[in-house]
Design a protein around this ligand. Structure first.
Ligand code: SF4
Ligand code: SF4
Length: 119
């Protein structure tokens, strides 16, 4: 679980075991930033490793830096070395998550409830 705070009002909650690796959160975040369908600037990317059915998420947060959410748990301050595809532009160079100003687009786009809000 990842918790990203915006002040004391809203939190972004990510439960990696619910992720189906569809990539909609990446696209939604990029669309919110650039108004085009590209995940190249998104603050959240898929974390994919060369194992069957193994994937998670990487979020660039303001408070914790890079947060990697793998099936076995989450950790902050790590490199997104296992990411591929749209993560070609290093997430470290991107803008951190700003919670879309209070209405997280990734949570709205996620079909499984892997990303949700609380607070
Ligand atoms: S809350 Fe908004 S800025 Fe943060 S990862 Fe989701 S879509 Fe991107
Ligand atoms: S939209 Fe949800 S299910 Fe799809 S990749 Fe993102 S977190 Fe995973």
């Amino acid at each position: 679980m990842i918790r990203q705070r915006a002040g004391d009002i809203l939190k972004l909650r990510i439960e990696p075991l619910k992720c189906i690796c569809c990539g909609l959160c990446e696209v939604a975040c990029g669309l919110n930033r650039d108004s085009v369908l590209t995940p190249m600037t998104s603050s959240i990317i898929l974390h994919i490793e060369d194992k069957s059915d193994y994937f998670g998420l990487v979020l660039k947060s303001k408070s914790e830096g890079l947060v990697v959410a793998r099936p076995e748990g989450t950790a902050s301050g790590q490199q997104a070395s296992g990411s591929s595809g749209p993560g070609a532009k290093p997430i470290l160079l991107r803008e951190p998550c700003d919670l879309c100003g209070g209405k997280p687009k990734c949570a709205k786009a996620c079909p499984t409830g892997c990303i949700s809000t609380e607070g």
